[in-house]
Design a binder for this molecule. Sequence first.
Ligand code: ZN
Length: 582
Amino acid sequence: MTDIKNRPQQYFGATRPIKNLGSSRDFVRIASLGGFGDVTQNLFVYEYFPAGNEAQSQIIIVDCGVGFPEDDAFGVDLQIPDTKYLEDRKSRILGIFITHGHEDHIGAIRFILPILGKSIPIFAPKTAAAFIESRLVESQIRANIKVYQNGDLFNVGSFTIDPIRVNHSIPDTFHFAITTPIGIFYHGSDFKFDVFPLDGKPSDLAHIARVGEKKVVALLSDCLGADHEGFSPSESSIAEKFEHDIKTAKGRVFVTSISSNIVRWGQAIDYAKRAGRKVVVVGFSVTKAIEIAQTLGYVNLTDADLIPVERVKNFADNKLIFLVAGFAGQPNSALSKMVMGKHKVKISSGDKVIFSSPDYIPGTSTSIYTLIDTLSKMGAEVIYGEEQEIHVSGHGYQKEHAILIDLVRPKFLLPIGGNFRHIKSYQTMAKNMGYRDDQFIFPDVDSAVTFTSDGKVDTKFHLSLRKVLIDGLGIGDVGTTVLRDRKTLAEEGMFSFVILLNKDSGKMFKEPIILSRGFVFMKENTDLLDYLKKEIIRKFAQVTSSPANFDFIREELQAFLEGLILQKTGRQPMVLPLIIEV
Ligand SMILES: [Zn+2]
């Protein structure tokens, strides 16, 4: 691989006209129902219009994932792609093709399948299929899942889908070469090229090169790692440090990661066993993932290695490792509950907590750092992040992108799966490889990209996407976000307090004002309310700063009050801090 900056300029597009296999009025439209420029809630629609006929279009879907709502969507669990565009085209959907088993690529299937039709075939690789299946069983949905592997080829309608093995932070990750009558589209979702992959299966570069020898119209490429130079570190590179961290721990060890990272759980289990520790699995999603990993042969775990959480008291601290769900600080996860004192297992000083997980997931970053801060304050030793060599990115860096571009040699580049800064870095890099500005496609968040058989492209078609939020109870538009709040209110009431705050000084203007509904009778519980007011003032003094960080104060006070009220009253009202700048 030559250095990309020193390469002679190559104008791939100019020398590679698209071969026209269909009618001159054929076109292909690609839409992102989660929105272009979004990292999560992946759902791409490839739609072929024979002779430009709208009523006869053929559709395949690539991926069907959830997103994580931004911080201001208070109380909402998940966001899913807006499928309105597909709802009156249901009969033309030929299949859903899944690239890999991450939640932001498969998590919306259980919500979207009942809308679009349960009989739509879902093509998924082994690991993803196992995760999809386990989720669909919970939702009591029977789906038509077909498991594919490297080398399979699918002809559906006018499309041919050719899955190509790549590496990522979950085994069985694939790209797709999608052949249509107007040319080939290369769908390069999340990937890296790992020379030492932990599952022993390297990316199939020869296969990619074979696709690149034909005429590829566009490369839709993951770009999340494009702002990093060189190659991404191998998954194997953390092994030594990870084992050392477990081996040298004096007390209990807690490991948290993305639940679906079954290779990482396998590593933790192997190292724990070598250090003479028993394994305790905590949290629904990790329990499920480890069951799947056992079935697929990714972990080596017998009943003798496992301890149910009820029996941990019988073991010395240095004989235990906990594999815990909730690295992203999700409020209902096992780890958050442990930190807030709402779980059987409590984390205390002397414990070591290893976050073998990304510290950037859009919409969750503040929660992750709040969790790490709180654990550190509690006296636990916290190990996290790429600097501490306990996590490597599952997304390729610049040189891996350069290799992919070099092999695929597309006419157009359409970066996906990244925010604007990643897209910009990707563009700069590709320009160094000889790509011209008019070969980049930058659709608006809700525009679709139309490719015509005469080699033209435009982004004029708009879908007007809505935000679709899921709150654990149902599916709907923004209006339903109140559903869960309403449930909590009905059952447990509400405890709210208003703090008037000077942003620059970080000082409270006067004593907090307490508002409570349906939680306790205010008049009869003045002692409790006075106590809570004092505690709010005391906690506020600990978490404020100058200038004040409103989000941090709000989150800290909320978590603190939830724990305190539960402890004092056994109740879990909705706690709503209102911090107003004066
Ligand atoms: Zn992924």
